[in-house]
Structures are given as C-alpha cells and as structure tokens.
Design a protein around this ligand. Structure first.
Ligand code: ADE
Ligand code: ZN
Length: 344
C-alpha cells in the first residue's frame, strides 16, 4: 500500500468476525418501509425520516418495545431473506469474513409465522452470501428472557429439525428482573444437545448475572458483559478462562448503558486482558455497523493499531468455527497487518 493510511482505512480493510448482531435489528429504514407497504402492515410512520426520528431510546426496554413491534413487517420467507442478505452484504463490505447472527423466533412464531418460513429465508440468504461473497455465517436462536422458561424449552424442541444448520442458543431481551438462573434447565438441555450456548448478561443487569451465566448456564461467550468490571474477582475469572465478551459500544451509547464513548469500558477490558470483541448489536437502530463501532471507539478511546488487531483476532478466536476456518481468518489478519501501512 502507498502512503500512510487513516485509522478508518485501516479498520475498513482489517479482516474480522462479527459475533453479536440481531437480524431483526438490521432492517434498514428503506427496507422497513418497503416491507410494511408490500405486506400491508400498518405502521405509525409515514416516511423514513419519521421512522428514523423514533430511534431515540431511554433504555433497553424502550428500544425493545420498538424492536419487537418492528418485527411485524417480516412475514414471508422472502422478507427474512432480504433482511439477512442485506446485512451480510454490509458485513462483507466491512471486511467481516464470518458473522454469527442472532434471531429471536418467538417474535415471529407468536405472531403466527411458522419457524420454517423464517428459517427458509434466513438460511437461504446465508447460503447465497457464502457462495456469492465468500462470507461464512452461523445462526444462534435467542430466547426472550421475559417469557417463561417453558417457552424457551418449546423453542428448542421446535428447532430440532434444523439442528444441523444451527450453531446454538442464546438469551436476549429485558435483562433486569430476569436472571440467567431462570433459564438453567433450558441451557442444560441446549448443552446436552451439543449446541453452543451464549447469553446476554451485564448490559443493564449486575455483575452477578454475568457470573451466573458462566457458572450456572456455562455459556461459552457473554454478550455485552460490561457490568463484570464491578467485580474484580469476576474479571480475573473471565481473563484466566479467556471467556469472550461480545461488546457493542454504539448500542451501549444509544441505550444509555454508557453516557459517552470516551467513558466506554472497552479499553479497560482490553487492559485487563479480557478476550473482548467489538460488534454492532442492532446496527440499523444504533447508527452503525461493525466498522462504525471500531472507528468510533478508536477515536474516542485512542485505540492503537495493535489494539485494533487484537480486537479483530479476538473475534476470530471467539467464533464458533472449525479449526481450518479459524486459521484461515487469523492468517488473513496477519497478512493484512504485514501489507498495511502505518496510519498517519
Ligand atoms: N435484543 C436485541 N438487542 C438487544 C440488546 N441490546 N439487549 C438485549 N436483547 C436484545
Ligand atoms: Zn444483543
């Protein structure tokens, strides 16, 4: 490469994995309006601008209210295909070699949409993204934590016909008041069926929920995990075991988990030796895809080039992929580092 590059240029070309994003949180406003019209779903907004103006959230619950309501525009397999394909195209353009995506079936099946319809669209888009763009991806089904555990167990049963196409299961939704312990049996069954398991914890909830996720649910990754910093012994445990945290800085900013990006704990987590990764969560709602998250954190926290590489390497090390794919992605990062000029 000729001449010095900017941090944004370095990030743009840096190979990476994205491990924490919700398919339903990636419906861009134009697609949202198009689907509402096409499916004749009544919505509160007349224009894209009005819809975008509604993307201001006091907290996680205020966001979830809009997010679950927004799912109503998704009805046919083609709709699920389009939203998934669009996300994977954007991810590919951001240098994402591998994406692990969340999908919350209860937001669809409880409206009368068959799981088969949802998965036909999503899995079809994943297949096309791999053959057309070379991006690999996996699907993790998340149970809504404000619902009873029995419904999560039902979800596990419903999903069994697709078991070979699913990476695993997770837990999302309203955190406070719904501790991981509420889902101990669900996670035990998921693990017994040899699925990967992850859980959102420590986003709005306390460090104790992060600990419960690890010790009781035995998750392989913690989604968010910000609150771990309140408990030094827990930080030591996470660092010793190198349990990955899928951190989502712009999400944290938009949902008032942090007051400003300069106050975001990402740098502290890196300094503590945690296997921290950067992700977009719900990119169309939170104002940015994965590279926007890297870029804004780099600028706000003064991350060095080597810290950005560590974040990308962590994402690959934390991915649920076969050894061969992991090695190929790590090699791509190494090759990029050798090729890329220092930034100015
Ligand atoms: N579902 C979609 N986004 C979420 C978030 N940030 N936290 C919990 N559940 C979610
Ligand atoms: Zn999330």
């Amino acid at each position: 490469m000729q001449g010095a590059m900017t941090p944004a240029q370095f990030i743009a070309g840096l190979p990476k994995a994205e491990l924490h994003m919700h398919i339903e949180g990636s419906i861009e406003a134009p697609l949202f309006m198009k689907l509402a019209r096409r499916n004749q779903v009544a919505i509160r907004w007349e224009t894209e601008a009005e819809l975008l103006a509604a993307y201001s959230f006091r907290d996680l619950q205020a966001f979830l209210d809009l997010y679950y309501d927004g799912c109503r525009v998704l009805i046919h397999a083609q709709d699920y295909y389009e939203v998934t394909r669009e996300y994977l195209q954007r991810a590919h353009a951001d240098g994402v070699m591998h994406a692990e995506m969340f999908l919350g079936p209860q937001g669809h099946t409880l409206r009368g949409i068959a799981l088969a319809t949802v998965l036909e669209g999503v899995l079809g888009a994943m297949d096309d993204a791999r053959t057309q763009d070379g991006i690999t991806s996996g699907l993790i089904l998340v149970a809504q934590r404000h619902r009873p555990e029995a419904e999560a167990l039902e979800l596990l049963q419903q999903a069994m016909p697709w078991r070979e196409r699913l990476l695993g299961f997770g837990l999302g939704g309203a955190e406070v008041g719904h501790p991981p312990s509420k889902f101990a049996e669900f996670f035990r069954r998921c693990r017994a069926e040899r699925f990967h398991v992850v859980a959102h914890a420590g986003e709005e909830g306390p460090a104790e929920y992060v600990r419960e996720s690890i010790e009781l649910l035995q998750v392989e990754r913690v989604d968010h995990g910000n609150a771990c910093l309140q408990d030094p012994a827990l930080v030591r445990l996470l660092a010793e075991r190198q349990i990955p945290l899928t951190v989502c800085p712009l999400s944290n900013l938009k949902l008032n988990v942090v007051k400003s990006l300069p106050e975001h704990p990402l740098k502290k987590m890196l300094d503590a030796g945690l296997r921290v990764t950067v992700n977009s969560d719900d990119p169309s709602y939170f104002g940015g895809y994965v590279n926007d998250n890297y870029e804004q954190c780099q600028a706000a926290l003064g991350l060095t080039r080597s810290e950005l590489v560590t974040l990308a390497r962590n994402s690959v090390l934390a991915a649920f992929v076969q050894p061969q794919r992991r090695l190929a992605m790590l090699a791509a990062i190494d090759a990029y580092q050798d090729r890329a000029d220092d930034w100015a």
